[in-house]
Design a protein around this ligand. Structure first.
Ligand code: ADP
Ligand code: ZN
Length: 644
């Protein structure tokens, strides 16, 4: 945030403004005026009402569900201060920038803020000028702020509230010290916000934050704007490129399991002309910071990273997340893939899977030290669930939703937003699946359960590798038995059999070996059942065909609109650089798409566009209207930018 921003904000020159003098809007007016949205999303309106009528509440909404509106609208409508406890400093600064852009008097206090800025914030706080104050839990627990908050505090909001729970995934001890502090403000309502859907965590949040008979607002966990795809790994680089090329110029994250995989994949993408960089914990802090900054500021399109990348990244217009390997658990997948499409616009999540990934995870976990039997069981369950998700011929949205204990009611014909429902991945007829499974299992049996998946596939493909010749496997009846299916399908089916418990991969010894299981033996005798899937058309083509089909919004824009969108985007970037904020803080992608489609010719018409509030029109209107009228972005910016 900058001094000149602060000068223009609100009544900064008026000292000691009585809080009641601030205009009191009703919630919907506030939403329209400041954010340019015409209606609340699910549960937002109720959360705002609860806050304004001094009732505690717990808000559970998925990433991108619009949690910040729940406490920011009360900051505009209520007379007084909304205090927001937030665990991640990077996100906090982003939230302040974005609230300030929407015309709120907002600031943050945490230990990374320079002293002079902190002093300014304190004096604004003393003058009761602020509507919204973000603090780190440490800052609040330190106690020195409490006196200043007295009498002006109207709501405390705890973001990422699952951090208070041992059951959650990011436990933060300081969160446990919040309730006693809140108790000093007995009449102030509390709002906990999280995306974590498990009931156990929710109960814990209510208890640990001392929420008093809270209204529970639990939204649907499904991220309807995400398209999920799971592909068997064949040619990794070309599969990743397939996704990247579907989103030219857009931001994307590619996760790989190890540092060396990250390096290799990043190099291949760069060699293919993609604007990509590597990110992992082995790189210098300065290199990592640069990658992160460039990505957030849209100077870099693609980050290839280990899962060290992502915490604290609030770029809301990440259009795709690719996993080059299986994630550790469905919870991890939900979180990592969830970094796509936080702005609610369509985005794509692709999991490129091989059964070997699960063995690698297991091996890594064991390398870190002996696992207790309990932890080993949990690990097994997590990996089994990931494997199922990756290969089961079931709607991915449904699987994810049900994993988190909610029911999924798809439209007839499926979700329209996953490879299964889009018909890119098809289930084989059950008799065909049974015969194929029996052939693969018997190849494992005939070769003595002493080889890895690669060798078994070679045998079924009828190859004459050195190993096959040496072992005499060319004379087996299973040699060449499934060669028409192709290697990719054979590898994927083998994984699918493992996930279904019909084959087993040992982790002991130097190489993972494919072994028989009782269920697999039974299947060969015709007992039990098996489901197998196959890409309807060879993986790469599948994605492209769906752009016309199920996936909404971006695909619908015609080329002229897209050209305008790109020019509006260029202007947005110029403003972002000028104001030192990330581009998505100036306007969300959705707002730019809406502007490109509506092509408003006046400030009044611009205000009608979703996602465009009064302050944005005042600050950027003239320049954006100029670009819509055909002026070059650089010229539009130079012409004064339209800042009021
Ligand atoms: P969360 O914190 O739950 O991940 P955010 O508060 O960042 O979500 O909001 C996600 C996106 O949804 C933002 O782009 C925001 O502008 C948009 N949004 C929030 N509320 C609404 C609404 N009522 N109408 C339209 N868009 C909204
Ligand atoms: Zn589906």
């Amino acid at each position: 945030m900058h001094a000149d921003d602060i000068e223009t904000v609100g009544d900064a020159t008026v000292v000691d403004v009585p809080t009641l003098m601030f205009s009191r809007l009703n919630p919907l007016e506030a939403l329209r005026k400041h954010w340019g949205f015409s209606a609340f999303r699910a549960h937002q309106g109720e959360a705002v009402e609860a806050a304004l009528s001094a009732q505690d509440c717990l808000v559970v909404l998925p990433t991108g569900g619009g949690k910040s509106v729940c406490y920011q609208v009360p900051a505009v409508c209520g007379n007084g201060l909304v205090l927001v406890v937030s665990p991640l400093i990077a996100l906090m600064d982003d939230q302040v920038a974005s609230a300030t852009e929407a015309g709120l008097r907002a600031a943050a206090l945490h230990n990374n803020i320079p002293e002079d800025e902190r002093r300014l914030t304190r004096s604004r706080l003393l003058r009761r000028e602020l509507q919204l104050l973000y603090v780190s839990p440490e800052r609040l627990v330190a106690g020195d702020l409490l006196g200043m908050l007295r009498e002006q505090l109207r709501l405390v909001a705890v973001d990422e509230a699952h951090c208070v729970s041992h059951w959650g995934h990011d436990f933060r001890p300081e969160y446990r010290q919040l309730a006693p502090i809140f108790d000093q403000f007995a009449n102030v309502p509390r709002m906990g916000l999280t995306a974590t859907a498990t009931p156990q965590v929710q109960d814990d949040i209510c208890a640990q934050l001392g929420l008093r008979r809270p209204l529970r607002l639990v939204g649907h966990i499904d991220r309807a704007n995400l398209v999920y795809r799971c592909w068997p790994r064949q040619n990794l680089t070309s599969q990743v490129l397939d996704v990247v090329n579907r989103h030219p110029r857009d931001g994307g994250i590619v996760y790989a399991q190890t540092r060396s995989q990250v390096e290799r994949l990043a190099a291949s993408l760069v060699a293919a002309g993609v604007h990509a960089a590597a990110y992992h914990a082995g790189l210098d802090a300065s290199v990592r910071q640069k990658v992160q900054r460039d990505f957030v500021n849209e100077r870099l399109a693609v980050v290839v990273a280990t899962i060290a990348f992502g915490m604290g990244i609030d770029r809301s217009n990440v259009r795709y997340v690719v996993h080059a390997n299986a994630p550790k658990s469905i919870e991890h997948y939900q979180q990592e893939s969830g970094r796509a499409g936080r702005d609610g616009d369509p985005a794509e999540c692709v999991l490129i899977f091989s059964g070997a990934d699960l063995s690698t995870h297991r091996a890594l976990a064991h390398k870190d030290g002996a696992l207790t039997p309990e932890r080993a069981r949990v690990l097994d369950r997590h990996l089994r669930d990931v494997g199922r998700f990756a290969v089961a011929p079931v709607c991915r949205h449904r699987l994810l939703t049900e994993h988190f204990g909610q029911a999924y009611a798809a439209e007839r014909g499926g979700c329209g937003a996953c490879d299964v429902c889009l018909g890119e991945t098809k289930e084989l007829p059950s008799e065909e699946a049974l015969v194929i499974a029996q052939k693969i299992i018997s190849a494992v049996w005939r070769t003595g359960s002493r080889y890895g998946a690669g060798h078994v596939v070679d045998v079924l493909m009828g190859r004459a590798t050195e190993k096959i010749v040496r072992a005499g496997h060319a004379s087996l009846s299973v040699h060449g038995l499934l060669k028409d299916a192709g290697e990719a399908a054979l590898r994927s089916w083998t994984d699918q059999l493992v996930v279904q418990g019909l084959l087993h991969i040992t982790d002991e010894g130097e190489y993972p070996l494919l072994m028989l299981t009782d269920a697999g033996r039974a299947l060969c005798k015709g007992v039990g059942h098996v489901r197998l899937v196959q890409a309807a058309s060879a993986g790469a083509k599948a994605g492209r065909s769906t752009r016309k089909g199920g996936v909404p919004a971006i695909a619908a824009a015609d080329d002229a609109d897209n050209d305008l969108f790109q020019r509006l985007r260029a202007l947005r970037k110029l403003f972002a650089e000028k104001h030192h904020v990330p581009p998505y803080i100036v306007f969300h992608d959705a707002a730019l798409h809406a502007l490109a489609a509506a092509k408003p010719a006046s400030a009044a018409a611009m205000l009608e566009v979703a996602g465009v509030g009064e302050r944005k029109v005042a600050r950027y209107g003239r320049a954006f209207l100029a670009v819509i009228a055909g002026v070059d972005p650089e010229a539009a910016l130079a012409a004064g930018g339209g800042e009021a």
